[in-house]
Write a protein that binds this ligand. Structure first.
Ligand code: NAD
Length: 299
């Protein structure tokens, strides 16, 4: 069994660390927030006095932090985790961060003699708790092979997407599709309402025709057709609009840097920005249909 350090024990990191404990690993964790430390401790995570102390004797380190600046800030530099870890430690960053920061994380890890993967997830807090996350992994074949057995304890699907940063690239491309498709589905349901078509009728057609997609078939933005979708519980997340907006913004940063034309990605980013700015950050992202319906009523 390995000694694993887990840095960032928040909504996602807490339950992910707990699954490593359940599998029999020795897990030492650290977070800046005392309540996160307490919750992790209750699930069998040993709490270190600092992130550096947590990684000092670890074979592998998982980071699950808010953004690229947190990951690069915590790991790099003379006072960072790469300097504090034993040479040859495996670093797994599962945070969702920008591709440029992910590449900087890999370069600094390599310079310090460590193996590294970027391994962002989809599946949300429910997936983190159930150990059913999907991991999208970027890194060398060797680093992927070393990370896979650890990731398998926290997820059910582990995809090697390519070299450094490829996991983050896959994550933001996927979530750009999701943001656009949820707006498309919402606009179609609102148009159907105006045309006197029932939600169930549009669902029955679109979910089995060329309009079918996850946003309709699995996460339908109107109540009724898919009983498990957040629309049936007043858009309690699920996947909060603030997180969708974060991922859309990352997609637009990446598109600008890479020179990709993403007109619909830009439009989705603008619509989620407006939706979030009206106090909806904490709502499920499929709640954008209510905002679209209000706008339709205004025209
Ligand atoms: P969170 O805010 O609940 O947890 C992040 C934790 O990191 C916090 O507890 C914070 O105190 C801690 N932290 C920040 N800087 C630190 C440092 N230097 N050292 C130690 N701890 C530090 O966020 P979350 O929902 O757990 O998300 C984590 C990452 O996973 C984000 O990048 C997010 O985009 C991504 N993600 C979240 C979800 C979701 O549904 N919540 C789904 C997929 C991906």
């Amino acid at each position: 069994m390995a000694t694993i350090a887990f840095i960032g024990l928040g909504n996602m990191g807490g339950p992910m660390a707990a699954n490593l404990v359940k599998a029999g690993h020795t897990v030492t964790g650290f977070d800046l927030v005392p309540a996160a430390l307490e919750a992790a401790k209750a699930k069998g995570v040993a709490i270190a006095d600092s992130a550096k102390a947590a990684v000092a004797s670890a074979d592998a380190v998982v980071t699950m932090l808010p953004s690229g600046k947190h990951v690069v800030g915590a790991t790099t530099g003379a006072d960072g985790l790469f300097a504090a870890a034993k040479p040859g430690t495996l670093f797994i960053d599962s945070s969702t961060i920008d591709v440029a920061s992910a590449r900087a994380f890999h370069e600094a890890a390599k310079a310090a003699g460590h193996a590294s993967v970027d391994a962002p997830v989809s599946g949300g807090v429910g997936g983190a708790e159930a150990g059913t996350l999907t991991f999208m992994v970027g890194g060398t074949d060797e680093a992927f092979a070393a990370a896979k057995p650890i990731l398998e304890l926290m997820g059910k699907k582990i995809v090697h997407c390519g070299g450094a940063g490829a996991g983050q690239a896959a994550k933001i491309c996927n979530n750009m599709i999701l943001g656009i498709s949820m707006i498309a589905a919402s606009e179609a349901f609102v148009l159907a309402e105006k045309l006197g078509l029932s939600h169930q009728a549009l669902f029955d057609v679109a979910s089995t025709s060329s309009g079918q997609c996850w946003s309709i078939n699995t996460y339908c933005p109107v109540p009724g057709p898919v009983p498990t979708s957040p629309a049936n519980r007043n858009y309690v997340p699920g996947f909060a609009a603030a997180l969708m907006l974060k991922d859309l913004k990352l997609s637009q940063e990446a598109a600008e840097t890479a020179g990709a034309a993403t007109a619909l990605g830009a439009a989705a980013t603008a619509l989620y920005t407006a939706f979030a700015a009206e106090g909806n950050e904490g709502k499920d992202f499929s709640g954008i249909i209510e905002w679209i319906r209000t706008r339709a009523d205004e025209t």
